[in-house]
Design a protein around this ligand. Structure first.
Ligand code: IPE
Ligand code: IPE
Ligand code: MG
Length: 234
């Protein structure tokens, strides 16, 4: 069983066109999949679930869709408080908080406070997130430490891979073991670039609103058959 599963929830728009609806219906339907996958992750004893909800590139979508995705985030975190409580899910947003509108950030931070002592699953919602942004932001934090050291007349503190990863949004969290992408595309779309260095990838044509417990189980079954060598010979 993977400790940490990451999901690129893709295909909402295509699901909507397939059903003769507009794209916003696809995003709404996707919310149901997410709830089901969270509950299944809890049931399966998965410790961390990271899901990609809005990328730094998604700002380039039409303004009305961006607005819908923003308000969906706000209404979902409020609406799912019962799910978080019932399943003891700790919610946290990972991403660029300075880019999130205040009326969306408010509910996000409230949910983070309210769920902080839950223990069964860490749910990370990557929102206004980009893997490149995460790495550059981390480098900036390290740069500031060097600057502060220089002001004290000290050398820049040395850094290694583990030290650098403590500046990333996922500080202290083990890297994803399994990365799932729904919707048929076979790319990473600027998701957890650093953190997926050794993730097992699982691509499926299933559109995100159709990805439910059974499909999640298929991904877990596929993961169970993988041979993880980490550069060694077995
Ligand atoms: C994924 O579905 C949701 C987000 C990116 C927010 P899409 O909206 O990308 O759906 P497709 O890829 O157009 O079908
Ligand atoms: C990736 O999906 C981002 C999220 C799921 C939030 P996109 O639909 O934005 O990815 P591309 O544009 O097909 O690479
Ligand atoms: Mg897409």
């Amino acid at each position: 069983m993977p400790r940490h599963v990451a999901i690129i929830m893709d295909g909402n728009g295509r699901w909507a066109s397939k059903h003769g609806e507009n794209r916003s219906e696809g995003h709404l339907a996707g919310k149901e999949s997410l709830r089901e996958c969270c509950e299944y992750a809890v049931e399966k004893g998965i410790e961390y679930l990271s899901i990609f909800a809005f990328s730094t590139e998604n700002w380039n979508r039409p303004a009305d869709e961006v607005a819908q995705l923003m308000s969906l985030m706000a209404s979902s975190v409020i609406g799912e408080m019962g799910t978080f409580r019932k399943n003891s899910i700790r919610f946290r947003m990972l991403g660029d908080r300075s880019a999130v509108p205040a009326d969306v950030l408010g509910p996000i931070e409230e949910a983070e406070r309210e769920t902080a002592s839950n223990t069964r699953l860490d749910l990370f919602v990557l929102f206004c997130y980009g893997g490149k942004w995460d790495i550059v932001n981390a480098a900036g934090k390290y740069g500031r430490q060097c600057y502060e050291a220089a002001l004290r007349g000290e050398p820049c503190p040395s850094i290694d891979v583990d030290g650098f990863s403590r500046f990333l949004e996922t500080a202290g969290v083990p890297d994803p073991d399994l990365l799932i992408r729904t919707g048929g595309e076979k790319r990473i779309s600027n998701f957890l670039l650093w953190q997926c260095a050794y993730a097992e990838f699982y691509f499926t044509d299933i559109l995100w609103p159709d990805f439910r417990k059974i499909q999640f189980q298929s991904a877990l079954d596929s993961f169970a058959k993988r041979d993880r060598r980490y550069g060694q010979i077995k």
